[in-house]
Each structure stands twice: as structure tokens, then as C-alpha cells.
Design a protein around this ligand. Sequence first.
Ligand code: HEC
Ligand code: HEC
Ligand code: HEC
Ligand code: HEC
Length: 209
Amino acid sequence: MKNKNPIFYLILLLVLTLNSCKEKDEYHSVIEKIKAEQKPYHGKLTSETLLAGTDLIEITEGEHTFLIPERKGQIKSFACTECHNSSLSQMKSLVGKKAHWEIQLYHAPDYIMNCATCHNGEDMNSLNSLTGQSINLDLSYKVCAQCHSSQFEDWKGGAHGKKLAGWTPPRASMTCVNCHDPHKPSFDTRWPSNFNIKKALERKEGLDH
Ligand code: HEC
Ligand code: HEC
Ligand code: HEC
Ligand code: HEC
């Protein structure tokens, strides 16, 4: 029953080859194929669903208007005035610390900075500018911007820091304190994640000999 004639196979091969050629030639390039087969997108790309459930505040700095996360709800000891209802000198005891043991300042030398540089003893629920004006705790980037103006400029434009959700609008960016602890803002140096122990040991052995 089977056709054993080699010519049959030859013709079959020819037909198959021609067919595949035809398929290949349908588009002359990948770009052409994409253009021909693309379907117009009628939806609207948005980060809104990713941002749902995050409390955000809209800010305008220069020509940039964008969202940042609110902070007061995240700060354990807010509202500060629950305890800070008298002056600091009255609250401080002569014998040891009574509160905030976990907070130590590793930021700048103490001739430049102490707690009162940023916290206003008269109005503890707010931060303090260098000229003694109140700054809302939700807008703490304004405190940082006083001394770190170049990072602030970059951050406004989106070059320093990170987006909260996607790149599609609305723009929502992390604020300085989302990444930097204001009391200890620099990061510890870390090894690259793919640090190769075997290679390092080999190198060390090489050096030891
Ligand atoms: C549970 C009570 C309590 C709360 C809430 C609280 N504080 Fe205090 N805070 C104190 C006490 C008590 C002192 C005095 C500390 C001492 O004796 O060393 C103090 C001192 C301070 C000082 C001065 C520290 C120094 O060494 O000069 C700062 C700044 C401060 N608090 C900031 C805040 C801020 C900002 C908040 C809110 C985000 C806050 N505190 C919330 C109890 C509190
Ligand atoms: C460079 C400015 C700066 C200095 C200096 C500074 N703080 Fe703060 N502090 C902040 C900012 C900004 C926040 C709010 C951080 C946030 O949004 O989470 C804060 C938050 C706090 C809180 C609330 C933290 C919590 O999780 O409950 C306390 C308490 C506090 N600071 C006390 C102090 C004390 C005490 C000192 C001095 C030893 C000090 N701060 C020095 C900027 C500063
Ligand atoms: C009063 C001025 C002042 C304010 C306000 C201030 N800083 Fe600083 N900051 C400094 C100084 C000075 C240094 C130390 C710079 C150095 O050691 O080279 C520093 C260091 C830093 C560093 C480490 C830099 C490094 O090279 O590792 C970071 C990050 C930083 N600050 C972030 C912040 C953030 C975030 C805020 C706001 C919460 C803030 N700063 C508020 C003056 C300030
Ligand atoms: C998404 C996280 C993130 C946000 C938001 C962010 N930073 Fe940084 N910042 C970093 C990282 C990461 C570095 C690099 C640290 C390093 O190289 O050790 C850095 C470095 C810095 C330095 C050290 C100098 C430098 O440029 O390397 C300063 C000062 C600083 N940031 C201030 C700020 C201020 C002020 C804001 C807010 C206006 C801010 N940062 C917002 C992550 C962030």
C-alpha cells in the first residue's frame, strides 16, 4: 500500500519547502509583522490599581506635581503631644533618659545637628525648619531639602528615589524617609549579591603564597 517511489518523496519535499517559504515571506520583517498583527489598545494604562489602599498626598514642587505617601499614620509615637504637653526642659530628667532610647543620631556632627535642628520643642507634632518654622511631618522632604538640595532637585525630577507603583500616571514617588532613616540616613556598605566566595578564597590563596 505504501508508496515507495523516491520521486513521491521528492515532490512532497518540494511542496513542503515551497509552503514554508510562502509562510516566511508573508512578512518581510519583524516590524512589518508587528505592524500588521497589532491590535489597537483602547484602554488607559494607569498605576491607580497598584496604588489602591496607600494613603497619598499631592505635592507641587516647582513644575512637578506628584503624590507621596503620608507619614503620620506610620509613626509609632504620633501624636507626640500625647506626652509632649510641657516644655522639653521640664520633661527631661536629670537622671538618665525616660523615652526614645531606640533613637540615636548618626547623621552629622553635633556642631551641625541635634534633635532640635528638626524637632520643635514648642510644637512637637511638626518638624522644624532651620529658621524655626513648622513643617508638616508628612512633608519631611522639605526638612531634608534645606541641606541636601542637589538630591532634592534630582528627586523632584524622579532621578533620585523610586516610584511607588508603575511608571504610568498618576506619578507616586517614595519620600526621603521611606528609604533614609532621618536619624541614621546612610546605608551600610554591602557585598554585591552575587559575591563569589570560591573566587575570593582562590584569590586570597593566591595572595597568601
Ligand atoms: C510616650 C511619651 C512620648 C511620646 C509619645 C513622644 N515623646 Fe518625645 N520625649 C518623651 C520624654 C519623656 C522625653 C524626655 C526624654 C528624656 O528624659 O531623655 C522626650 C524627649 C524628646 C526629645 C528631646 C530628646 C533630647 O535628648 O533632647 C525629642 C526631640 C522628642 N522627644 C521628640 C518626639 C517626637 C518627634 C515625638 C512624636 C513623633 C515624640 N517625641 C513622642 C516622651 C514622649
Ligand atoms: C535631620 C532631622 C532630624 C533630626 C536631627 C532628628 N529627627 Fe527625629 N525625626 C525626623 C523625621 C523627618 C521624623 C519622621 C520620620 C518618618 O516620617 O517616619 C522623625 C521622627 C522622630 C520620632 C518618631 C519616630 C517613631 O517611630 O516613633 C521621634 C521620637 C524622634 N524623631 C525623636 C528624635 C530625637 C530624640 C532626636 C535627637 C536624638 C531626633 N529625633 C533628631 C527628623 C529628625
Ligand atoms: C541641617 C542640615 C541637614 C539636614 C536638615 C539634613 N541633613 Fe542629611 N546630612 C547633613 C550633613 C552635614 C551630613 C554629613 C555629610 C557627610 O558626612 O559628608 C548629612 C548626611 C546625610 C546622608 C549620608 C550621606 C552619605 O554620603 O552617606 C544622607 C543619606 C542624608 N544626610 C539624608 C538626609 C535626609 C533624608 C534628611 C531629612 C530627613 C536630611 N539628611 C536632613 C546635613 C543635613
Ligand atoms: C527609593 C529610596 C530613596 C529615596 C526615596 C531617597 N533616597 Fe537618597 N539615596 C538612596 C540610595 C540607595 C542612595 C545611595 C546610597 C549609597 O550609595 O550608599 C542614596 C543616597 C543619598 C545621599 C548621599 C549622597 C548621594 O547622592 O549618594 C543623600 C544626601 C540622599 N540620598 C538624600 C536624599 C533626600 C534628601 C531624599 C528626598 C528628597 C532622598 N534621598 C530620597 C535611596 C533613596
